[in-house]
Design a protein around this ligand. Structure first.
Ligand code: MN
Length: 693
């Protein structure tokens, strides 16, 4: 274990300005707080935080990180509190220790209930501070190094599995390849003990039977390069047993057939030397096609830079070669930590974006099982996450808006949304949210989902809920009209109609409920006679075929015996000035004289026409623009009912806040009747505008 003065000296070596007194205090603090607690190894517990702090000095991290490492288990495992830590070591250390403590809590949850959400929240907080993750990774690495002291096999395997599935990938993602490799190796030993020992043994045998092969190849590489005038350093190593095992498993190969078990690293002074070295190696040795990778011109996401190639050595053996500069080498092994090292200046560009990637892996998972799956596969889903003002977290696809967010929180909240504040500012509902936004939904009880939202929402839930609400609303509105019309119909019946009669009518018409009946009436799917028959069977037997609104249209100007139809495009009613079009085979089509279709020019004979005397009963078509408020549709229906006009068809054609436009087919006596109806429509507050179509 590192002694107190050794640790302080290590920090002072790279940071002469470090606060020696505070480092000493932190060392003493952890020793005192952990007191007589013991590790599974029998060592005093405080040896663990001291070793973790030692790992952090290897990365030349700042003194806050070193102190955090020393204190990282005090709040979790001793009587120390965050307040106490803050009082003694300041707010920054307290914040970092709190971050590590929160992540440690996740480990204590039972296997399958480990909530990904907590990890996510932690990671979000951490995106402000990478140092929390670095301490956590060093903590895990040290625990893995001492894992063999734990007696229970199950516990060892659980910790190893977790390391393999969560921490090694996290180390990889922040570019800490050294940590990643060591964690994998230690976990592999626990998880696949037999494979581990077999491979280790085979590697040993290979080493003794073929002494110095790694060195020989390294020398050959170095020589080839120095002959071309390149001064480089070359290291060779066997790949570690876990990567060999992975290759065997992935390609279903026996050990003997895994040919590339050796890897070499060439460190050149400058970037251009790297490319020169590559060219020389490719001409000196045969290279394996398809294995060359240029991570110098295109670095990996985590900042890793190197050239990779695989060469044939002695015809049959494949060796992997990585070529990079010294600076790249340093960064590659310790990734972002290298950027964070003492006095490296500001946070490197992209660090935040990167951690966001990391958060996204974790965030895309709904539960622990899935988290493992995703971390393993390194799937980055196209997701963002946002918080409610109370701190609940919701994950949504990229491009999601406050409306999506509201529906994700609760369908009712979505339905009542009228506005949104993002990070405290009022923003339009169509605003695309960013990772980490705090979104407050402003709601109103009387609000309802708007059709126009479908233009920007991205989640299926929001989309479906809006559609459902709009459909329901339309249905309700039409049923409301139906109710008005129903009252008009009912007065013509010989008996009073009660609940029971309505229920029976619903059954006779094979509908589900009263609402369906009203909807059918409102949407003119049932005629008055059909409704009457359903309510009181036989009640229409004595009525004339077409009661009051019998159509009696005659047209003057037609040759006797020629059939005619009223045109569907302009819906002329008696009183309109009309003209006829003679069409082959279908007789004469009667149009209003200002029909737009005629203006476009038609290839047919024109016939002068006028309405016969006492012509009445035709279907006129209106467009009615209603204000979008409760009750306006009923008011329109009331006007139709009062004026004895049958609604033949009703359709909502445009929903454009604050107006709803309906197209109404109305059976009227004549133009005077229709004009009267239009005037009374215009006279109501419900109607913004009405016109013939
Ligand atoms: Mn620890």
């Amino acid at each position: 274990m590192l002694r107190q003065y050794e640790l302080v000296e290590r920090v002072k070596a790279y940071d002469p300005d470090a606060d020696e007194a505070m480092l000493n205090r932190a060392y003493v603090y952890t020793v005192q707080k952990h007191g007589s607690q013991l590790r599974a190894s029998g060592d005093p517990y405080f040896s663990h935080p001291v070793e973790v702090a030692g790992l952090m000095t290897d990365l030349k991290l700042d003194q806050e990180t070193i102190i955090t490492a020393l204190l990282h288990d005090t709040v979790e495992d001793t009587l120390a509190t965050i307040e106490d830590v803050e009082k003694n070591f300041g707010p920054e250390v307290a914040r970092l220790v709190d971050g590590v403590t929160k992540l440690s809590k996740i480990e204590q949850m039972p296997e399958n209930e480990r909530a990904a959400e907590n990890l996510r929240k932690f990671l979000l907080a951490m995106s402000e501070d990478l140092r929390v993750l670095l301490v956590k990774l060093a903590d895990r690495l040290h625990n893995m190094r001492t894992l063999h002291h734990i007696k229970k096999l199950e516990k060892r395997q659980r910790i190893a599995r977790e390391t393999m599935d969560i921490y090694a990938p996290l180390a990889e993602r922040v570019g800490m390849y050294e940590y990643m490799r060591e964690m994998q190796l230690l976990a592999f030993e626990q998880l696949e003990p037999e494979a581990y020992h077999t491979i280790t043994k085979r590697l040993e045998q290979l080493r003794t039977s073929d002494t110095g092969q790694v060195d020989r190849i390294a020398l050959d590489i170095k020589q080839a390069l120095s002959e071309a005038g390149l001064e480089v350093e070359v290291w060779g190593r066997e790949k570690h047993p876990y990567s060999i095992w992975k290759k065997m498993a992935e390609r279903h190969l026996p050990f003997e057939q895994v040919t590339d078990i050796m890897a070499f690293r060439v460190v050149a002074p400058k970037v251009e030397d790297c490319y020169r070295a590559l060219g020389i190696l490719h001409t000196t040795f045969q290279f394996v096609p398809g294995r060359f990778k240029d991570y110098i011109s295109t670095p990996k996401n985590n900042g890793y830079r190197s050239l990779h190639t695989t060469l044939f050595y002695d015809q049959s053996m494949r060796v992997e070669v990585q070529i990079r500069t010294r600076e790249m080498n340093q960064t590659n092994e310790f990734g972002l930590a290298a950027h964070w090292a003492y006095k490296q200046g500001d946070r490197p560009d992209g660090a935040v974006g990167w951690l966001r990637d990391l958060i996204e892996i974790v965030d895309a998972s709904h539960d622990a099982e899935e988290l493992l799956e995703h971390t393993k596969l390194a799937i980055y889903q196209d997701r963002i996450f946002a918080f409610t003002p109370k701190g609940a977290l919701f994950q949504l696809p990229k491009g999601a808006t406050p409306v999506d967010f509201a529906f994700a929180v609760h369908t009712d909240l979505g339905a009542q949304t009228v506005g949104a504040k993002i990070n405290g500012r009022h923003m339009p509902l169509r605003t695309q949210m960013q990772n980490g936004d705090v979104v407050e939904i402003i709601k109103s009880k009387n609000a309802e989902p708007q059709l126009s939202w479908l233009g920007f929402v991205v989640t299926g839930k929001a989309r479906a809920s809006i559609r459902r609400a709009v459909r329901l609303k339309e249905r309700e509105e039409v049923a409301e009209i139906g109710r008005k019309l129903f009252d008009e119909i009912a007065v013509h019946l010989p008996t009073k109609v009660g609940k029971k009669a309505i229920r029976q009518a619903v059954e006779r018409l094979e509908l589900e409920e009263e609402e369906d009946l009203m909807y059918a009436i409102g949407s003119a799917k049932l005629s008055d006679r059909e409704v009457m028959e359903a309510l009181v069977p036989g009640s229409t037997a004595d009525l004339p075929e077409e009661p009051s609104q019998e159509r009696a249209i005659s047209i003057k100007g037609l040759t006797a015996g020629v059939g005619f139809t009223l045109a569907e495009c302009c819906h002329p009613v008696p009183g309109d000035r009309i003209v006829g079009l003679r069409r082959k085979g279908v007789g004469v089509e009667v149009h209003a004289i200002d029909c737009l279709d005629l203006a476009n020019g038609v290839d047919a004979d024109w016939v002068d026409l006028s309405w016969g005397e006492r012509s009445h009963g035709a279907v006129g078509r209106l467009s009615v623009v209603l204000y979008n408020r409760p009750g306006t549709l009923a008011e329109m229906a009331g006007v139709f009912a009062k004026n004895n006009a049958n609604v033949m068809n009703l359709e909502l054609t445009q929903r454009d806040d604050p107006f709803h436009t309906y197209e109404v087919d109305l059976e009227v006596q004549d133009l005077a009747h229709l004009t009267r109806i239009m005037s009374s429509l215009r006279a109501t507050d419900a109607v913004a505008q009405t016109d013939r179509i």
